[in-house]
Design a protein around this ligand. Sequence first.
Ligand SMILES: Nc1nc2c(c(=O)[nH]1)N[C@H]1C(S)=C(S)[C@@H](COP(=O)(O)OP(=O)(O)OC[C@H]3O[C@@H](n4cnc5c(=O)[nH]c(N)nc54)[C@H](O)[C@@H]3O)O[C@H]1N2
Ligand SMILES: Nc1nc2c(c(=O)[nH]1)N[C@H]1C(S)=C(S)[C@@H](COP(=O)(O)OP(=O)(O)OC[C@H]3O[C@@H](n4cnc5c(=O)[nH]c(N)nc54)[C@H](O)[C@@H]3O)O[C@H]1N2
Ligand code: SF4
Ligand SMILES: [Mo]
Length: 679
Amino acid sequence: MSTKLIPSLCPYCAVGCGLYLVVDKGKATGIEYMTEHPTSEGALCPKGNAVLEILNHEERLKYPMKKVGDGFVRISWEEALDMVAQGMTRNIRKHGPGTLGFLASSRCNNEENYLLEKMARLLGSPHVDNCARLCHSPTVVGLGAVFGTGAMTNNLADLENSKCIFAIGTNFTEAHPIVTRWVQKAKDNGAVVIVADPRITSTSWMADIHLRIKPGSDIDLLWGMMKVIVEAGLADWEFIGSRTVGVDELLHSLKDYTLEEAAGKTGVPAGDIIRAAKAYAISPASALLYSMGITQHVCGTDNVKSCATLALLCGHVGRPGAGVWPMRGQNNVQGNCDMGGMPEFYPGYKKSTDLETIEYFKKGWNVSNLPMGPGLTSTEMNDAALKGDLLFMYIIGEDPVVCDANVKKTRQALESLDFLVVQEIFMTPTARMADVVLPAAAWAEKDGSYTSMDRRVQWIDKAVDAPGEAKEGMWIICQIAKRMGLDFPYESAAQVLKEIVRLVPQYKGMTLERISRMGGLRWPCPDEKHPGTDILHTQRFSTPDGKARMATVKNRPPGEDVSPEYPILLTTGRIVLHYNGGSMTLRSESLNEREPELYVEINPMDALNLNVGQGAIVVVTTRRGMAEAKARITEKVKPGMVFMPFHYHGTNIITSDALDPVAKIPEYKIAACRIEAKV
Ligand SMILES: Nc1nc2c(c(=O)[nH]1)N[C@H]1C(S)=C(S)[C@@H](COP(=O)(O)OP(=O)(O)OC[C@H]3O[C@@H](n4cnc5c(=O)[nH]c(N)nc54)[C@H](O)[C@@H]3O)O[C@H]1N2
Ligand SMILES: Nc1nc2c(c(=O)[nH]1)N[C@H]1C(S)=C(S)[C@@H](COP(=O)(O)OP(=O)(O)OC[C@H]3O[C@@H](n4cnc5c(=O)[nH]c(N)nc54)[C@H](O)[C@@H]3O)O[C@H]1N2
Ligand code: SF4
Ligand SMILES: [Mo]
């Protein structure tokens, strides 16, 4: 029997669903459902079901290439790696290591990400970031500030134990479809489901109460709810008194705040705010789920803090079914952040601005010098490149030319670099801008661990060989590091894991054997006997004094508002069949044939005023540019607002790059636009 079943993971989102790859004569020929997986129980969404179309796709990158004129020519690995090392060395010598920028990939495993951020810092550059910047950076800093840890408090399956599920700014039925099963189980057990989303979505169809909030007004909604809860005597004073600080300031500010103000600013009827607030407060265990509708705003960090504060006010943290569930994005974005792939942190969320951190890693890595942070965020790297302060970039598994906000600026930034190297599995628009493109092994072609959104660290073994001359990410990084004179003696991912376990406290008890078992282990796992942690903050928060910090923050207006010239509000987001920049899903026939092109959802009233018919091609224009899309006329969006998915190249030409001042995340969820029929 040459056919083998090899346990693996879905390479898309942070739910971390398990699956088996059927491998026959060294080739992946099928998938089998992994019914014993604790989160997915054998289920997969359409993207998970279509993974083989991508793994075996004929357009996978197979050889290293360099740019010649407008095209690329195949070169040897030797030449490619030498070119990268020369590019780095040239810029370090001329202008110092601060001119190097690195993007670690949340699609890659912990071991690759650890090695990349270690290499960046050993070379003297503090500028390493990942796509969490565009996503949950407000969670890392905002939830971190309130709870002491910026991670999901409970696990996904624990949603089943909730009696009230409040989903604010998350469309999990499309973005994290397998989570729907756990919410449905809770609903079957009598849980109330509340959804706060400006649009009608497949998630809002599950809701008992749908709060159709005006985009960007979440803090007002949360304040309205908190006002109701305090006035109705539904706050959990015992919890607040023993486990939190900061309530006095909150109460003081709430005193002058009225429900009418909340209703006015959010557009949600006061009666619905009351119903939602009471349902959330009185249930014995309430879950608060949030995602990009909360984080992708200029007030993203404050939005997150307000969500966490609502949970604290009702004592809904630290128990089964009660907690805060940031719905994280990529399959290993949690792990990438854990590994220090952010300029604010070295591995294990050790602040890059603390001398103690620098001393800890100088000792741990046996080196005499390391850069203090914070380095530049990915959004700031673009500005630095435009100013000539950043000259070299090494981008692994990220597609900023499609996914950044206001991509015209990103293009200009990458064009102004002295040298760009992109490590990819497909020729993306970003890779097309590179001086050197390095072909990488995909998830099933390498060993390593991935950390799902509920802190579950799962190891998978290599199942098949990479196509052509494509190489494992860690091999590539080590080869470059060695050329730069660094001591990178790693022969295997298992060896890197040992170093991670030695230096990252949350992963301390994680052996290869333990995280290879079905379902892996959940951090924090402080020693080799520890079973991993299901629920955080059961007794104390991870702050120095063990108490959570309630936040009092007021809403700020969006980065831009509608005007006579741009009278319509544009919001962007996801659909179930496509994934981020689309490098993978747009190449899947089975997915793409169902959603092949960019569209814009327009309310029938607006369509009538604009004289646009169903299926007509329209031009959507913002202060940054224009994009063409097919009109989809639907009640799912209110008048005065339109929605575009961002998986097709075009949407981010027009999105706004106004930033949250703390997390530096762009405001993908709000731009002012105008719409015209294409002539
Ligand atoms: N199919 C699919 N799944 C994915 C991805 C994908 O591209 N495709 N990407 C993955 C990644 S990287 C991430 S980060 C996650 C993201 O997952 P989600 O955050 O769930 O996805 P989005 O569609 O961006 O946004 C969620 C909802 O926020 C709503 N919203 C917009 N503005 C506001 C607002 O001001 N307030 C409130 N309350 N709601 C608002 C939108 O209408 C939208 O329905 O999904 C992951 N999973
Ligand atoms: N308008 C709008 N724009 C958005 C958002 C939005 O809601 N609206 N959301 C933002 C969010 S939340 C995010 S996270 C970003 C996502 O932004 P990106 O991270 O840039 O998006 P992806 O398309 O997932 O890019 C990952 C790349 O990794 C490659 N890849 C996959 N596996 C491997 C591997 O094993 N090795 C290597 N080397 N490469 C691999 C894929 O081919 C893909 O090109 O987009 C942001 N952009
Ligand atoms: S929910 Fe996420 S992890 Fe699960 S199959 Fe779908 S894309 Fe993959
Ligand atoms: Mo994301």
